[in-house]
Design a protein around this ligand. Structure first.
Ligand code: SF4
Length: 315
């Protein structure tokens, strides 16, 4: 299997690049996700020319436009970091990245809730690290997360589902383009898209329906934008329950009264957070095999990422 290419804050891979000469090795990223991912490490502070070890830094000033300042000597590193980051993101275009995992809380790499100190010296946890901001502005639709948020099973499942979906889409775009390939991709991803956004599910359905009226490049571009937008919206238990009930509709004629009752009960238990998503999904997979449902067999929603990651055991 071709590996997914993700950018990552270098210290999360165990590289000793932090201000104190240490690292922040994250075993989930290296040992578990690492089986499927090829990482492109980036350490903004070292790559912009600062030494190891170095003086720690923080953000201060305006929340929207903070300065990156050395904590003791007060040396301002903002211009050095900004100029380097603006060039680095252009260089990263060639890396064909499918997402980025940032180090949380860092004034350079943190993607949200980074401390910004105001004029009274009080921190407000609403900032974004300088490199992370420039990266996200440059690649607005790429999936991004930080390692702290990835400890939350729901955010983890969502991020990994996005990068695996993007991987499948990239495989479509690297082959000879055709309207049929977009239609085929969409058909297999319909329920997955519905689990994120009804609005996008409807808009993408309309787009695919008029595929033959559009120039091929225009179709690919519009479809990709809608796909990435839709995946940015989180699949909640309510949305998943809606998809599961929708799936039940395909078995209307075949499920026995007991089987219908059992499935409805399992969906209800999932909705109330008594069971993880894997429970109704497993029961549905069983019925898909038993009643040989060709449309559902093809649905990526029922199998969006490798089982080894055990993501739906926790959401
Ligand atoms: S948080 Fe970012 S800048 Fe700091 S050591 Fe890690 S990769 Fe480098």
């Amino acid at each position: 299997m071709e590996k997914i290419r993700l950018g990552v804050s270098a210290c999360l891979l165990g590289e000793a690049v932090r201000y104190d000469g240490g690292h922040k090795l994250d075993r989930f990223l290296t040992d578990t996700l690492g089986q499927f991912v090829e990482y492109i490490p980036v350490c903004p502070e070292v790559e912009c020319g600062l030494p190891i070890p170095r003086e720690p830094m923080h953000l201060e000033g305006n929340l929207d436009d903070p300065r990156l300042v050395a904590t003791h000597t007060k040396q301002d590193r903002t211009d050095r970091m900004t100029q380097w980051a603006q060039k680095r993101v252009v260089g990263l275009e060639k890396e064909d990245l499918w997402g980025f995992i940032f180090k949380s809380d860092s004034p350079s790499s943190g993607m949200e809730r980074v401390k910004v100190y105001n004029e009274t010296g009080m921190p407000v946890k609403k900032g974004v690290g300088l490199f992370a901001k420039i990266f996200m502005d440059h690649f607005p639709l790429l999936p991004v997360e930080d390692e702290g948020r990835l400890h939350d099973p729901k955010l983890r499942e969502n991020f990994i589902e996005r990068i695996f979906t993007l991987k499948r889409w990239r495989e479509v775009t690297t082959k000879k383009k055709s309207r049929g390939k977009v239609v085929d991709f969409h058909t297999k991803h319909k329920l997955l898209i519905l689990s994120h956004s009804l609005k996008h599910y409807q808009r993408m359905g309309k787009l695919v329906a008029r595929a033959k009226d559009l120039l091929l490049n225009e179709l690919y571009l519009q479809y990709q934008t809608l796909l990435m937008e839709s995946l940015q919206l989180r699949a909640t238990p309510e949305k998943n329950a809606n998809v599961l009930q929708h799936i039940m509709g395909f078995f209307k004629e075949q499920l026995s009264t007991d089987e219908k009752k059992e499935l409805l009960e399992v969906i209800e238990l999932y909705l109330k957070s008594y069971t993880p998503l894997i429970v109704p999904i497993t029961l549905i997979q069983h019925y898909v095999r038993k009643y040989d449902q060709p449309y559902l067999k093809e649905q990526i929603y029922l199998n969006p990422h490798p089982l080894e990651l055990q993501l739906r055991n926790h959401v």
